[in-house]
Design a binder for this molecule. Structure first.
Ligand code: BES
Ligand code: ZN
Length: 665
């Protein structure tokens, strides 16, 4: 059983002393709105934005399902900061570069020398284009690899409709470089346009000005007039139809999914209106959503104007649509004000988690928002038990994040990040804090910033403006120290009281709660019920729950995510067929990684995991494949012959043996 959140280990003894440079700027009431200049270079990019910055990108690509490639040209418009620079350095991964040219200032193109460096397993290959004349534009002719890490190409048989092929991108964190040669760092923002040619029977969409009334003809043009960072570049193609939810919002999906999706997402316009009421006008014109195949490796991705979504969010009762609130919230936190490198990921995800919670509260009530917070904070506690204290800080130090896609610290980034904002809200009061946040989004709109810039802004516009409410050292503890500060506000979810009593009563008496109670439970209550069960359970106990609630084989993947590891850890092999089906049906990393993780730690489980993975692999996304391969490769054979209900198992034994399996998705 999980300890109460009040017993959160504060890790005070582990806290490393923060080595934060003193804020250079004096506490002016409002810092001058100078262009945000990130202090540090992005360690996950080869680009040199202090020398040259891409200000616009124009793509002209052929999208070919037979060869699984995008091929054509990328024209980069350049803003040379260093007038003595002689090279343009770009990020690439698995790209074939055919040609590099520079504009000659008279409307023509002249060849430029270029070289592609050796491949770094995380960063890809640096492309250096020689630009002794510092051309205003550089044109690169290239093609992608069929195994581009940021693209998934799917046969018709892998789609809902089974008639047409499907492809889509996932660029965050550093996969845009696998389909466009560019400065793949969020510190650089640019406008883009694209012309994409494809077979005429598929619809092509991008994170740009999609036309709800577009006709399929195989020739599509796009424009994104607002400056965005590279991780928000996105493309998808397939048998996609559109339906409006409101004037400015709607859903793209395969025809058979469309009606269900529109019903599930019916509250989207209300969410936009709520967010606008809090943080100012929605600045991206349309807000549409694209429902992807179940192999989508994440829950959602905030591609501007076109959120990408997992179909696993469609469960029929709107109980998982906080995911939409989350992706919509990124229209302010992330897309408007962007982290300048992955080590400040909390500026995107922590802020967004907070805004999401506010939207959920406004639309579905405080109870649901609180239940969500409690579930997340329990997960954060588990994460802290596993990860290096260096990863438990919001403003991580340079060199700490190896692979920005998989550092096992997502609860820190999301939940601790949001918790800091809940803390500030509690201390300053909603009125002042809401005004502060709204001012922050306006002040840094369309800029990329780091944690230091946020800290300076907060000092001037919150801490110093309303003195003696939060001290600088309290604030800095949140940003620069591991664990959760002792002054953190705690949230109780009223409705979990009922869930807890029901669980305890059942564990004591084998008497399940009356139907009238459980019939009213939504996903969050079921999640809490399962998460709070003891680690060691008997087959009879699991079977009784299963008979009553049908957890095994549940269509709700959030419930499956929690139930199957519990079943596996307790040798409840009756669930194996359903587990295999689940792992083959869903590719969302967050949902399936815990089940693979549990499987590889049991005797028969490793064989089952390996076998299911081989079958599921063709339908998985490259990012999912990499993650599951790592889980299987890191598998340690279990010490005991049978893992069945051993009361001696320490509560966090599962955590202790687990390699970093954290993920945003
Ligand atoms: N931007 C993230 C997805 C992401 C993060 C992709 C880091 C790659 C690297 C997205 O907004 C997100 O947070 N998705 C969550 C949704 C959830 C927290 C509501 C997910 O996919 O689970
Ligand atoms: Zn997010």
């Amino acid at each position: 059983m999980r300890a109460s959140i009040l017993a959160l280990p504060l890790l005070a003894t582990l806290m490393i002393t923060a080595c934060k440079p003193e804020d250079a700027a004096p506490a002016a009431v409002k810092p001058a709105p100078a262009a945000a200049a990130p202090q540090q270079v992005d360690e996950h990019s080869y680009a040199e934005p202090q020398k040259v910055v891409v200000s616009d990108l124009a793509l002209d690509l052929a999208l070919d399902f037979d060869s699984k490639t995008l091929a054509g040209t990328a024209i980069l418009t350049l803003d040379w900061k260093d007038k003595t620079a002689t090279e343009l350095r770009l990020d690439t991964r698995d790209l074939t570069i055919e040609k590099a040219e520079g504009d000659d200032g008279k409307g023509g193109w002249v060849p430029l020398k270029f070289r592609l460096a050796g491949i770094d397993p995380i960063l890809g290959a640096k492309l250096t284009v020689e630009t002794p004349k510092r051309n205003a534009k550089v044109r690169v002719t290239y093609r992608t690899s069929p195994k581009a890490s940021g693209l998934q190409w799917m046969e018709p048989s892998m789609t809902e409709g089974k008639q047409l092929p499907f492809m889509y991108s996932q660029s965050q964190q550093i996969h845009a470089r696998s389909w466009v040669p560019l400065q793949d760092t969020p510190s650089v923002r640019y406008t883009y346009s694209a012309r994409i040619k494809s077979r005429p029977d598929v619809m092509v969409l991008m994170s740009a000005d999609n036309d709800p009334n577009a006709v399929r003809d195989g020739d599509y043009t796009f424009r994104m007039p607002q400056k965005i960072p590279s991780y928000l570049m996105a493309i998808a193609a397939g048998d996609l139809k559109f339906q409006f939810i409101s004037d400015r919002s709607g859903v793209w999906a395969e025809p058979t999914m469309l009606d269900r999706a529109v019903q599930e997402f019916a509250d989207t316009e209300k969410m936009i209106v709520t967010a606008e009421g809090l943080y100012g006008r929605y600045r991206w014109e349309r807000y549409d959503m694209l429902v992807l195949p179940p192999s989508f490796p994440y829950g959602g991705m905030e591609n501007p104007r076109l959120t990408f979504l997992t179909p696993t969010v469609i469960v029929g009762d709107k109980s998982l649509v906080w995911l939409i609130a989350h992706e919509l919230a990124h229209s302010w936190s992330g897309n408007l004000v962007t982290f300048s490198s992955a080590k400040d990921a909390w500026l995107n995800e922590g802020f967004t988690n907070y805004v999401e919670n506010r939207i959920v509260e406004a639309l579905y009530g405080r109870d649901q928002a609180d239940m969500q917070s409690v579930i997340e904070r329990n997960a954060l506690k588990k994460e802290f038990a596993q990860i290096d204290p260096k990863l438990q800080v919001l403003a991580t130090a340079p060199g700490v994040l190896a692979d920005p896609d998989n550092d096992g610290s997502s609860a820190t980034v999301y939940t601790k990040g949001a918790w800091l904002l809940h803390f500030l809200e509690e201390r300053f009061g909603r009125e002042k804090f809401d005004a502060f946040l709204r001012g922050y989004f306006d002040h840094f709109a369309f800029q990329s910033i780091d944690s230091e810039q946020f800290a300076q802004y907060a000092k001037a516009n919150l801490l110093d403006k309303y003195p003696n409410i939060v001290s600088q050292s309290e604030f800095e503890e949140w940003l620069y120290k591991p664990g959760i500060p002792a002054n953190a506000p705690h949230v109780q979810a009223r409705r979990f009281g009922v869930v807890d009593s029901a669980r305890l009563a059942w564990l004591g008496s084998r008497q399940l709660p009356p139907r009238v109670i459980t019939d009213a439970w939504i996903s969050q209550e079921w999640i809490h019920f399962i998460e709070s069960l003891p680690d060691a359970m008997t087959i009879e106990q699991l079977a009784q729950l299963d008979a009553a609630y049908g957890f095994t084989g549940t269509p709700n993947a959030e419930i499956a995510e929690r139930w199957y590891p519990l079943a596996i850890n307790n040798g409840y092999t009756q669930a194996n067929d359903a587990i295999a089906d689940f792992l083959k049906r869903v590719g969302r990393i967050k949902l399936i990684a815990p089940t693979y993780q549990a499987l590889v730690q049991t005797q028969g489980g490793l064989a089952l995991a390996t076998q299911v993975f081989e079958q599921a692999k063709p339908a998985y996304h490259p990012i999912t494949i990499a993650r599951i391969e790592a889980i299987i490769a890191n598998a340690r054979p279990p010490a005991e012959p049978s893992p069945v209900a051993q009361p001696a198992t320490p509560p966090d034994a599962d955590a202790a043996a687990a390699p970093a399996a954290g993920s945003a998705g």
